[in-house]
Design a protein around this ligand. Structure first.
Ligand code: PGA
Length: 258
């Protein structure tokens, strides 16, 4: 696991997008694992800019999103389908047939989750997985206590996650209680993982995930076991770390290739 410090959210976004773009240029049919939330928004903005200004080509790229709320249709403004369409897909030349986001409206959830896992395997697995981190340490919607060996399944959201997301739903009572999420094992099988964290409110959980023990109490800590994972954090998110880590400089990208 490589920890890389950058100045702020803008630099974090540019750096992460740069790694993704380099890999797309080398392997056009790359499989990306994507996340929602505020943190990766800047990465998506940078990728859109590269598509518009540099012709970065997404026509053969496949994407799998981490999660979706159960009960929200793709047209619901707080669904992750809607988020991804508005913040990325409608601005780039993705083939809609190559976009996979868990379906929150599906009837047989467990059969669907099995299908989602199979699809990832069939397409050769995820090359680069982008992750945010929740204040409770979740990755995807793998809340504290999630099995480290878990696969795509339905999960009940934690109190902290519901509170954090209440601002999008006009109050705590309207936040869905469950979601479909890739499992921790699904995530950890990606060839390269890039975990992003920005801002003071993430500083404590970043410290626990990077410097604490690997534990299902902090699901993100699993990436300590991954042989090719980078944690890209800005100064505020890094502010409670007790060990020294490198500031992103020249040559760091070498490690971040597939
Ligand atoms: P955020 O969410 O990027 O909006 O902080 C991260 C997460 O909950 O995974």
């Amino acid at each position: 696991m490589l920890v890389l410090k950058v100045k702020d959210h803008e630099e974090l976004s540019e750096r992460a997008a740069g790694v993704i773009a380099d890999e797309i240029r080398k392997k056009q049919d790359i499989v990306l694992g994507l996340a929602t939330g505020e943190t990766p928004l800047g990465v998506y903005r940078s990728l859109i800019r590269m598509h518009e200004e540099e012709g970065l080509d997404f026509s053969k790229v496949t994407t799998f999103n981490l999660d979706e709320y159960v009960g929200l249709s793709p047209t619901h403004k707080e669904s992750y389908h809607y988020f991804m369409h508005e913040n990325l897909f409608k601005h780039i030349n993705m083939d809609p047939r190559n976009v996979y986001i868990p379906d929150g409206m599906v009837k047989d959830i467990s059969a669907y989750c099995e299908w989602y896992e199979k699809k990832i395997t069939e397409l050769g697995g995820i090359d680069i997985q982008i992750l945010g981190i929740g204040r409770d340490g979740h990755i995807g919607f793998n809340e504290p206590g999630s099995s480290l060996g878990s696969r795509t399944r339905i999960k009940t959201l934690s109190k902290e996650t519901i509170e954090d997301n209440a601002r999008f739903f006009w109050g705590v009572d309207n936040v869905p209680r469950t979601a479909i999420t890739m499992g921790i094992q699904t995530i950890i099988e990606a060839k390269l993982i890039i975990l992003l964290a920005s801002g003071k409110r993430k500083a404590e959980i970043v410290r626990l995930a990077i410097e604490g023990p690997v534990s299902s109490r902090v699901p993100a800590s699993i990436i300590q076991f991954h042989r090719k994972a980078a944690v890209i954090i800005d100064q505020e998110a890094a502010s409670l770390l007790t060990r020294e880590y490198s500031i992103w400089g020249e040559g760091e990208e070498i490690y971040l290739h597939l």
